[in-house]
Design a binder for this molecule. Structure first.
Ligand code: ADP
Length: 404
């Protein structure tokens, strides 16, 4: 079965084509600057030459058509016909309280995703454009949606409610939802399998730290708590997002700086985090380089980032009354040995003994970075959200075909 995985943004669309018999990627790529005359299509077919094309692509339907054209291209294509694609899986950021697992797309599911536009105004409308664009180009191909929030729907009230008037939850569903769920679920399973222990017996803290970053307390395979909240702004310090701050900073800054609510919102989402403190970059590579060159602000940004992450790990160890392992994943988690070193070095009280050489090794795969016998283990597990989408889509469409 061949499955196309789509992650549609408002002006971009990323795709990966999977052969599910061996879970290999046949091709991947992205369309950027959708809506402009100079949209960019990047296409990377397995074993063939990569292509970069600049052309007018004004909406998502055209973007999908161009992707399909590439996939069946006589020279660069990897398929004979688009009909070989048996299902399409989409990433959807917000599933609210309606979705605690992935689902096959039907009219009711689409209505529900639209109802959730309010909760993810930047993301869900774009995902809907992706779903409609696939419908327009491939009307007979079944589609599934996989949610960033679904894994965290197991959180108890004590984790997901905010201590604010209950009416806000009842009327507007203001609560913690959490994000990066596919990644937290995937690395938890991989960590258990790597450690050779049942997930149902493990207490894990998973740290998905990329441009966006979140931690999760995964107790016996279920999300007990996570650092992102109603939106992906809460929790850890990130590339350009503040993470946790005193909410009173919002009205205070609006008054002092004569800013509008939307300006403060943009400040917290786009002009805070590593970028704001370092004044250099939101990219951990550049922060680390500048720090090594002795830059004071980059060093401060790094230290704050590490400190805030370590506090969350400590909080989740308390939340679960202990932990068995910490898992690092995503761009920073997988690649920044310096960050992992700084975090783990200060967790010896938990019984975590870092293996410095193992931590420095750059083999890119799944690995343990603590010493043999370390009471709490630390692992690096590369995440693969696209594969989670492909697998869920495969399971949903394949299973439902058999049931029907
Ligand atoms: P996204 O959240 O956009 O999916 P990624 O998970 O790809 O992001 O993470 C991107 C971030 O990973 C970059 O901004 C960069 O800070 C960090 N990163 C990537 N490679 C390295 C590296 N070798 N060392 C340190 N940080 C890295």
């Amino acid at each position: 079965m061949i499955i196309l995985v789509i992650n549609a943004g408002s002006s971009s669309l990323k795709f990966q084509l999977y052969q599910m018999t061996d879970e290999s990627v046949l091709a991947k790529g992205k369309v950027e600057r959708i809506g402009m005359e100079s949209a960019i299509l990047t296409y990377e077919p397995e074993g063939k030459q990569d292509i970069r094309e600049v052309r007018e692509i004004l909406e998502h339907t055209t973007a999908i058509r161009r992707v399909l054209d590439m996939l069946v291209h006589p020279e660069f294509g990897v398929l004979q016909s688009a009909a070989q694609i048996e299902a399409v899986g989409h990433r959807v950021v917000h599933g609210g309280e309606s979705f605690s697992s992935s689902v096959r797309v039907n009219e009711e599911v689409k209505r529900e995703i639209k109802r959730l536009f309010d909760l993810a105004p930047l993301h869900n409308p774009a995902h809907m454009l992706g779903i409609q664009a696939v419908e327009a180009n491939m009307p007979n191909t079944p589609q599934a949606v996989v949610f960033d929030t679904a894994f965290h729907q197991t959180m108890p009230e004590t984790s997901y409610l905010y201590p604010i008037p209950m009416v806000l939850y009842k009327k507007h569903k203001i609560r913690r939802y959490g994000f990066h769920g596919m990644s937290h679920a995937y690395v938890s399973e991989r960590a258990a399998s790597f450690l050779g222990r049942p997930l149902s017996e493990l207490k894990l803290v998973t740290c998905h730290i990329g441009n966006g970053a979140s931690c999760a307390a995964v107790l016996h395979g279920q999300s007990l708590d996570t650092s992102m909240g109603l939106t992906p702004l809460e929790g850890l310090m990130m590339g350009t997002r503040s993470g946790d701050i005193d909410p009173a900073i919002v009205p205070f800054t609006m008054g002092k700086e004569d800013l509008t609510l939307s300006e403060v919102n943009s400040m917290l989402n786009k002009h805070s985090g590593l970028m704001a403190i370092s004044g250099i970059s939101s990219d951990m590579r550049e922060i680390t380089q500048a720090m090594e060159a002795g830059d004071r602000n980059a060093t401060l940004a790094f230290k704050m980032y590490e400190y805030r992450l370590r506090k969350y790990i400590g909080a989740y160890a308390a939340a679960m009354n202990g932990i068995d392992a910490i898992v690092f994943t995503a761009g920073v988690g997988e690649n920044s040995a310096v960050l992992r070193d700084a975090v783990c070095r200060n967790l010896t009280f938990l019984g975590l003994e870092l293996d410095e050489a193992a931590n420095m090794r750059r083999d890119g795969g799944e690995r343990v970075i603590t010493k043999p016998g370390s009471r709490v283990q630390a692992l690096v597990i590369p995440t693969n959200e696209e594969l989670v989408i492909a697998r869920d889509t495969h399971r949903l469409i394949f299973k439902s075909n058999h049931v029907e």
